[in-house]
Design a protein around this ligand. Structure first.
Ligand code: ARG
Length: 419
């Protein structure tokens, strides 16, 4: 009888290579491997060969860069997505896309299960499991690391015994996850938040001390909330993001390390390089400030926080997040125009902007001209706008003068019931 099949998210590294063997052995299943290019810099060549060598019965690789940029990064740009005000949810964004592909392959192959390499301590397991269960509840989700309980030494022993090649070069002590939108580094010495991040952790960004002494200016063109051009030249979404990533990285932009609250209740120290995200979100936010009304922008800032939190917390497929998308998309119809960014010594700052939908009116705002903005109107406006504050201070003063006891003596008429 043919064995049941499992589709494994495969990176070609030691852990997921072991998983091919482990799933064959522990679950007695045939393993189909699946790898996505979401713009990671890591070598993707040779992954397929490794999968065959481990005994996979089939392998799928997808170039998902365009889909990732358009369907996942673009919504994050529209939402200025920064979890805890800092992290542009780069790893969080790729998980629902990888999950979707795993489910598609599983359905094509009539597989009974899908498997991923996440540990039981992280956020990624939550994102994978929820998305997969939502898209196809019939599929079993297997996370070998949650089950196999190896420490590092036992794992290497097991790998050797089962013919899984151990990398010859000294293994990095870090867990690294990369895609077009960012690079995350965890583990090793980074688990000590009281110790500074060692130099070797950084890969996409120049240290500020060594960044060029001359700034670079780039003009980012937006159409309905998403970037479409650089210095007036149009690019495909993933190419544009890659270009901004590279040039921003040269100037040391997008190095982040902060304390983060994980979904599973842990506090961790997280380290990221997100040069494209920092430059593009700063530009996008600036353009929104020019084209949205005050009330729109203030509400949107709250919705943006909710969007980033939902996506971080694995709720990409939740209708709640879809509702937020509807709201956010609606705000973006006038977010068209361009922002010139100055990239210099670790910072990406807007320095000029223009839009056909600009709500800025020079004739109204300028100090230099006498226009139909009547400065006399300001007086009455301020009287009414400030009335609650002035009233509250009048009361404060009265209490201070008369004392709270006196206030309490006020006779309150007793209701007679015959009104
Ligand atoms: N803390 C980040 C997040 O939860 C990064 C996760 C990186 N994943 C990894 N397997 N190294 O989104």
């Amino acid at each position: 009888m043919a064995k049941d099949k499992v589709v494994l998210a495969y990176s070609g590294g030691l852990d997921t290579s072991m998983m091919v063997k482990w799933l064959q052995q522990e679950y007695d299943m045939d393993v189909i491997t699946c790898n996505l290019n979401v713009g990671q810099d890591k070598e993707t060549k040779g992954i397929e060969e490794k999968a065959w060598a481990m005994g996979a019965i089939n392998h799928y690789s997808f170039d998902a860069r365009e889909e990732f940029a358009m369907e996942y990064i673009f919504p994050a740009i529209k939402a200025n997505a920064l979890y805890m005000g800092t992290y542009p949810v780069s790893s969080s964004l790729s998980r629902p896309l990888i999950s979707k592909k795993l489910v598609e392959v599983a359905e094509m192959e009539d597989a009974k299960a899908v498997a991923h390499g996440c540990t039981g301590k992280g956020n990624d397991q939550v994102r994978f499991d929820i998305t997969i269960k939502a898209l196809n509840p019939k599929l079993k989700v297997i996370a070998p690391v949650r089950e196999w309980k190896f420490d590092r030494k036992a794992q290497i022993e097991w790998a050797k015994e089962h013919g899984v090649p151990i990398p010859v070069t000294a293994e990095s002590p870090y867990s690294i996850d990369e895609n077009l939108w960012g690079r995350s580094v965890e583990g090793g010495i980074l688990e000590h938040p009281d110790v500074q991040v060692p130099k070797e952790v950084w890969d996409w960004t120049t240290p500020v001390e060594l960044a060029p002494d001359e700034p670079t200016f780039i003009k980012i063109g937006f159409k309905e909330g998403v970037p479409v051009s650089l210095d007036n030249v149009e690019y495909k979404p993933h190419e544009l993001i890659k270009k901004v990533r590279d040039i921003s990285g040269v100037h040391g932009i997008g190095r982040i390390e902060h304390m983060e609250d994980r979904i599973v209740g842990l506090k961790t120290r997280e380290t990221y390089e997100v040069p494209a995200a920092e430059t593009i979100i700063n530009a996008h936010t600036d353009l929104e400030k020019m084209v949205l009304t005050r009330h729109q922008k203030l509400l949107k800032m709250e919705m943006d926080i909710k969007w980033a939190t939902a996506v971080y917390q694995g709720l990409w497929v939740d209708p709640y997040k879809e509702d937020l998308d509807v709201y956010i998309n609606h705000t973006q119809k006038n977010v068209t125009g361009s922002v010139t960014m100055k990239l210099f010594k670790g910072q990406a700052k807007p320095v000029s902007r223009e839009s056909p939908f600009s709500l800025y009116d020079y004739n109204l705002a300028s100090f230099d001209i006498n226009t139909h903005y009547d400065q006399g109107d300001a007086l009455g406006f301020i009287n009414l706008w400030g009335l609650p504050s002035v009233t509250a201070w009048n009361l404060k003063r009265k209490i201070a003068d008369e004392g709270i006891k006196e206030m309490g003596k006020k006779v309150v008429p007793v209701p007679t019931g015959d009104s």
